[in-house]
Design a protein around this ligand. Structure first.
Ligand code: GDP
Ligand code: ADP
Length: 199
């Protein structure tokens, strides 16, 4: 009888789990946020990665609905007006935003949700979700950051210049965030993120 009761209690608990956590990963373009995220998600498939909406054109190999939801500027502005974003920002000439309802649904279900977003959006999340854990990823040096963006070979010369210009400003904001992690050796950086999340 006791056992049956405890199973029933377990079931009740499952129906109403505690709220999940919100984690924000930010840092300059090319620092390795996407690479770190992929590695983290492989190790911890229980994490929910929030797929963002953007007006940027897909890069070769990027899949709509997996890497981003690719939409037009008009449609994006419509979604902003409807309050559909938890945060959004313009970065290097394109809009990027986090779908509000999808994230809140996962948090209500008790999931840990990870956002990989740029500085302005990360600041908005810090303001609206003070309990979110925010992590700023730093490059080992500015030269290495430029090298990584170039090696990736995905951006035009103009896009590279814009990203590097933004990066200089963004790096100055690192101290605003809860934790700073230098992405020098990839494995070490992933370990540091996992330690921040799971202690
Ligand atoms: N604010 C905000 N930034 C985002 C979002 N999704 C992606 N970003 C950021 O936008 C910046 C540009 O992303 P992307 O065009 O994919 O270039 P990449 O980071 O250099 O690969 C990066 O710093 C992303 O982290 C989002 O939903 N909101
Ligand atoms: N720790 C690292 N050491 C060397 N190269 C890295 C490291 N982390 C990422 N990279 C490389 O740097 C480039 C940019 O990484 P990416 O994840 O696209 O950055 P972001 O998402 O921040 O723009 C990619 O070519 C990636 O393979």
């Amino acid at each position: 009888m006791m056992q049956v009761l405890s199973i029933q209690n377990g079931a009740t608990t499952k129906e109403c789990p505690p709220l999940g956590r919100l984690i924000v990963l930010t840092g300059p373009s090319g620092v390795g946020k996407g690479t770190l995220m992929r590695s983290l998600l492989q190790r911890h498939p229980e994490l929910y990665y929030s797929v963002s909406v953007t007006t940027r054109s897909p890069r070769p190999g990027e899949i709509d609905g997996k890497n981003y939801y690719f939409i037009s500027r008009n449609k994006f502005e419509q979604l902003v007006a409807q309050g559909e974003f938890l945060e959004w920002a313009e970065f290097a000439g394109n809009y990027y935003g986090t779908p509000r309802e999808a994230v809140l649904k996962q948090i209500r279900a008790g999931k840990t949700v990870v956002l990989e977003i740029e500085l302005e959006g990360a600041r908005q999340i810090r303001a609206s979700f003070p309990s979110a854990l925010s992590i700023f990823i730093l490059p080992p040096s500015f030269e290495e950051l430029e090298q990584r963006i170039r090696n990736r070979g995905q951006d035009s010369e103009e896009a590279i210049a814009r990203r590097l210009q933004c990066a200089q400003e963004e790096i100055k904001a690192a101290e605003e965030f809860d934790i700073q992690i230098v992405n020098d050796d990839l494995e070490t950086a992933v370990n540091a993120i996992a330690a921040a999340l799971f202690g």
